[in-house]
Unconditional design. Structure first.
Length: 502
């Protein structure tokens, strides 16, 4: 690796065995600039080291076997009876890691808890570089995609505070995003060597962080599915596995209901929900007030709800993060043996949950369809309060309407009132109304207006929900403003008496 300058050696942590990764230092760059970023991991703003390209070992790493561990902890004691061959599927419910290696070099890949997707170690060892840490990359702006702050980068074994924004850069282009700031308030400190070594979560498979809105999720999936589609990867087994993982992740994160279950309770609960093994919690009900204009034109805005959420991993944990979770969770239901005279019988009893909960202000994106009406409801699947061993319930918001100063709604029709003078009632009038979408509606009448006459304007009422081209009518009720007492002089009264018909 010579380029006329010194060679810089940076330690990369291959899980299980420390190796040294050589990085070329051309042009006399500083140590911070020499830690090169894997292709595609640098934000648009760039930063020292981005684009240099880390030189990682490229030998053909073979699979040895799956090593099972106890306690649903990949770092727990080995359980040899649970070891599996490389081609055997590792089912959900077992913890451990894939043992990969070549020659004297041994490495761990895909360190997994019991809550994981099924996989085979033969495939994971092909991707062993993805489980290798390069560095922590600091960013600003409370976003993993914010401007790089290279001077604050950290080594793989450094403990990173969860409120820090940035990403763990792993081998083979893998990036683990950490938005930090308020998103990290209830997260635990971490090390990038641990983050890179573990199984990728579903957000990471899509290259997004947990706060990504639905639009960003869809954009990420489209981009990755084009990049890794089998038509382009020519059946490369490693890239084919990436494509399958991306599709699997989108099937969950792209579905609001599944995403909510995954966020609250993980893959095991999601699997139980699919198989009907777990019940859904109660729904939360609320009201959202909107204007008549929003019902007429449609609208999109955010509202917030206060709900209880489970602090994952805090059931029996005394950490600082878990001490903040001081809102009591709902009781759980257990089946216990109860003595009934000489017999033992199984009964369902309520017991205090070991889980810990906290209050969370959760944003909901409210989408008002054109033509919606008061009393219609919006349902946010599985966005309700968390309860132990249950699927989160729905949030149901009922639409209520603010009183409008001009128009009143009746079904698909609109009603309004217009007053005319006595002179206009006799000789005709012209008026201009501003409609709910800002258009001007011109009214004219050249005959005699009688009190409480109603003008019908076809097609200017409310649009129909589901088919905005179908609209109700606008009804304009006319009232006559009579002159005040004393407004007519003697001569005017005499003229009216002589000339007014009837």
């Amino acid at each position: 690796f010579r380029c006329g300058a010194a060679m810089f050696c940076s330690r990369a942590l291959w899980i299980g065995v420390p190796l040294w990764v050589a990085v070329m230092t051309c042009g006399g760059r500083s140590g911070a600039a020499q830690a090169a970023a894997v292709e595609g991991s640098c934000p648009a703003a760039g930063g020292p080291g981005c684009g240099d390209g880390a030189v990682l070992p490229a030998e053909d790493v073979k699979c040895v076997r799956w090593r099972q561990t106890g306690g649903c902890n990949p770092n727990g004691p080995l359980e040899q009876r649970g070891d599996k061959a490389c081609t055997e599927e590792i089912p959900m419910g077992s913890s451990g890691y894939c043992h990969c290696g070549t020659g004297a070099t041994k490495r761990k890949a895909r360190l997994s808890t019991c809550d994981h997707r099924p996989f085979k170690c033969a495939t994971e060892c092909l991707q062993v570089l993805r489980y290798t840490c390069v560095s922590w990359r600091q960013t600003g702006g409370c976003s993993a995609d914010g401007a790089r702050e290279a001077s604050r980068d950290q080594t793989c074994d450094a403990t990173i505070e969860p409120r820090s924004s940035g990403f763990c850069e792993c081998g083979d282009g893998r990036v683990i995003r950490k938005p930090g700031c308020e998103h990290g308030e209830f997260a635990a400190p971490f090390k990038c060597e641990d983050e890179c070594g573990r199984e990728p979560d579903l957000y990471e498979e899509l290259g997004i962080d947990t706060s990504a809105p639905e639009k960003v999720v869809k954009q990420a999936f489209r981009k990755l599915s084009l990049k890794y589609h089998p038509d382009k990867t020519q059946d490369d087994p490693k890239l084919t596995a990436r494509f399958a993982a991306i599709r699997e992740a989108y099937d969950v994160i792209g579905d609001p209901d599944k995403r909510a279950i995954y966020d609250s309770a993980g893959l095991t609960m999601l699997d139980d929900a699919k198989n009907g093994k777990v019940e859904k919690g109660p729904a939360m009900h609320g009201e959202v007030k909107v204007s008549l204009e929003q019902l007429y034109k449609g609208a999109e805005f955010k509202t917030s709800i206060n709900r209880k959420v489970i602090c994952r991993g805090c059931a029996e944990s005394p950490t600082d993060r878990c001490r903040k979770c001081n809102a009591g969770c709902a009781n759980e239901v257990e089946v216990r043996q109860v003595q009934m005279g000489p017999f033992l019988t199984n009964q369902q009893v309520e017991v205090a949950s070991k889980q810990k909960c906290r209050h969370e202000l959760t944003e909901l994106l409210v989408e008002i369809e054109i033509g919606m009406a008061p009393g219609d409801t919006l349902t946010f699947k599985s966005m309700g309060e968390h309860q132990p061993k249950k699927i989160p319930g729905d949030v149901v918001l009922k639409i209520a309407e603010h009183t409008h100063k001009v128009f009143r709604r009746s079904g698909s029709d609109l009603h309004t009132d217009v007053s005319v003078s006595l002179k206009e009632a006799l000789l005709g009038f012209q008026r201009s109304l501003t409609h709910l979408d800002g258009r001007r509606i011109e009214l004219s009448f050249d005959a005699i207006t009688r009190p409480n006459n109603v003008m019908q304007i076809v097609g200017e009422g409310m649009p129909s929900r589901g088919d905005p081209t179908q609209r109700g009518n606008l009804y304009v009720k006319l009232s006559i403003d009579m002159p005040e007492d004393g407004a007519l002089g003697g001569a005017q009264r005499e003229w009216l008496a002589a000339n007014f018909p009837g």
